[in-house]
Structures are given as C-alpha cells and as structure tokens.
Write a protein that binds this ligand. Sequence first.
Ligand SMILES: Nc1ncnc2c1ncn2[C@@H]1O[C@H](COP(=O)(O)OP(=O)(O)OP(=O)(O)O)[C@@H](O)[C@H]1O
Ligand SMILES: [Mg+2]
Length: 370
Amino acid sequence: MVVERLEYEGFRNLETGGIQPVPEVNILYGQNGQGKTNLLEAIWFFTGGRSFRGARDSDTVQFGREKAKLKIEFFAQERKQQAEITVEKRRSASLGGILLPSASRLAGHFCAIVFSPAHLTLIKDGPEGRRRFLDAAYCQLRPGYMRVLAEYQRILMQRNALLKNIRNGERAEALEIWDEKLAGAGARVFAARTAYIRKITPAVKEIYSGISGGKEIIDIEYSSSAGDLTVSPEEARQKLISLFKQSVGTDIETGFTTSGPHRDDLVVDIEGKAARLFASQGQQRSAVLALKLAEASVLREVTGEQPVALLDDVMSELDTARQDYVLNHIHGWQVFLTCCDPSPVMRMNGGKVFRVDKGRITDMTSERGA
Ligand SMILES: Nc1ncnc2c1ncn2[C@@H]1O[C@H](COP(=O)(O)OP(=O)(O)OP(=O)(O)O)[C@@H](O)[C@H]1O
Ligand SMILES: [Mg+2]
C-alpha cells in the first residue's frame, strides 16, 4: 500500500495544495499547531474509519468554508487507484470515479494504522478503549464482524429494556429467551476477539521485546467472564447463559446486564505488572506502539498488503534505542511520521522531509543535505 499523491482543499488549517510522498519514510516536521496531525488525519480518512481524534466530520472543514475536498492516488492490489472524499456535514467518497454508498465503504481498499498520542488512553484508561481496539482491528480483517457486533449491541439493549420493565413489575418469563439470544451473539463476539488475540499476541511480544532491547516482557491477556483463550465458542455460550442466570437478581435491580462481552477487557502487563497502573510514560507508549505495529503485521499477513503507517509524535518520550528500533522496524513500509524536531529521525537514510508551517506543506528534501 503506497500513497503516491495527496491533494487537499479546505481541510482543517491546510493551505490548498498537495504532496508527493515517497514509498519509504516521509517526515513532517514543524512547530506545535502547524498542521502535521491534520495531514495524517486527511490520509486516515481514506481508510473509511472515524477520526482518530474523535472529531466530527464537519469539524475538519476549514473554518469559514462550506466543504473540504481530499484526493488520493495510491498503489494497492498491484494497481494504481484513486479516491476522493468530500466533507460537508458528513463525508462522502468515490473510488475510481464511482460514488460509494457511504465513505466507510473505503475500508478494505485503502488501509493504514495510526499511532497518535490520543491512543495512550488505550493503556491508561478503562477497558472500553481496549475493547474498541480489538473490535476495530478485527473489523479491518473481517468486515463481516461489524454486523456481529451490531447484533450483540441490539440484543443487549433489548435485554436491558426488559430488565427495566421487570423492575417495574412486568413478568420475568421472557428473560430466558433474551439470555439465549444474548449468549449466542456474545459467544460470536468472544470467538472473534479470542481469535484476534491469538493472532496478535506473538507479534506484540516480539515487537515489545525489540523496542525494549530485549530487556522487558509484555503479556496481553483476554479477561472475559466467558473464560480464557482455550474456551470454545460453544463453551462460552453455555458459560454466558449460566452467568446471565446467576446475575439475574443484580441485573433486575440495576436494570442493566452486568456481565458479558461488553464488560470484558484486554489486560496488558509489563514485567508481570499491570501496565495501566505501574508502567512509565515511555513504557506505556512502547506498549501502545507494539499493539499498533502488531496490528499492522497481522493485517499484512491476512490481506497481503502492508498498511501505511501514520505515526503521530511517536518519538517523544522514547529513548534513542527505542526510537532506533521503531525506525528500523518500519523499514520497507510507507510511513508518515510527524515530529517537532526532525533531528532524531534524520538518522534514517532515504525518505522525504516536509516542513509544515501555518498549514503550508513544503517539500524540503532537496535542502536536506545542505
Ligand atoms: N476546521 C479547522 N479549520 C481551520 N483550522 C483548524 C481547523 N481545525 C483545526 N485547526 C487548526 O489546526 C491547528 C492544529 O493543527 P495540528 O493539530 O495538525 O497541529 P500539529 O502540527 O500536529 O501540532 P502539534 O505539534 O502540537 O501536535 C490548530 O492551530 C487549529 O486551530
Ligand atoms: Mg499534532
């Protein structure tokens, strides 16, 4: 997967223009608030995913403008492709000149992984972000999983509504049917997540070991009420049914399903201790990076395409050895890497350097050796 050209008009603070990146490393440097992350966000939009900063589509239209336009030329599946995005209130997209039913349909055509400081919450915060990471990563591999997740959510909401009605005096008989349904859908969610964790674990361990120079060990573990990775989907289903039965009293009292895959977690330990509570800033950053880079290697293994890596401010808080590992590890991928001070990444050979200044992006490559 290689971005060959990107054009932008009316997007965030970017001055209308375009860049022609190289297939290797593209460095974007500049002071704070100049538009580096904005450029990564523009590329990310072509994955069909939501803004990695949690922005609404309309937030990305330049202040005072009606719409933004993005255009990309990329090489994937052994051919040159072209896509366009228009952002107004929402995003619309076309691929090869044909309008898609929705911008999310770009998924699977252009793929990327993104690391942003916002992702540090993946380690620091509660389990919700980690479940979202697992689910989103698996959706890139198996787009059909999106439907499985939606089905689980729908049944969960219906069971919760029934619990509230029972609390208000409705008879409880119907609950059994919903337990069965929720356990069935829950077992499918469980099966997908455990399959993904099995796939990603070796890569996470290897990459984290590499980042830490072989000095530290990371462990990731699925913490689920349905059991561990050895549990089969059918066993998970049975387990969930009995769990729902067990907790029915509390569930009715709270009007909420208190157990199930919507409460599961992905536990990350560094050197045997919970990373969320004990890891340093640099270790947490390394752990998130290991998860993200592992996500890319699994994606490549399954789809045969190396996703583009968007690395936002990845170097800060990493010592020189960790920085060097990251730079070497991503050798051979197309990378967009932002930084304020370009000197650490200048240790790399090859690649292009762009300066970002008040939304204007200038190719500095010819001046690099000067
Ligand atoms: N819709 C918009 N229209 C115009 N400008 C915007 C819009 N959204 C954000 N900006 C501006 O873009 C700038 C931030 O750009 P960006 O986040 O890309 O900075 P950065 O170069 O990554 O900085 P840092 O090094 O601090 O991460 C801010 O000054 C902000 O005001
Ligand atoms: Mg930024």
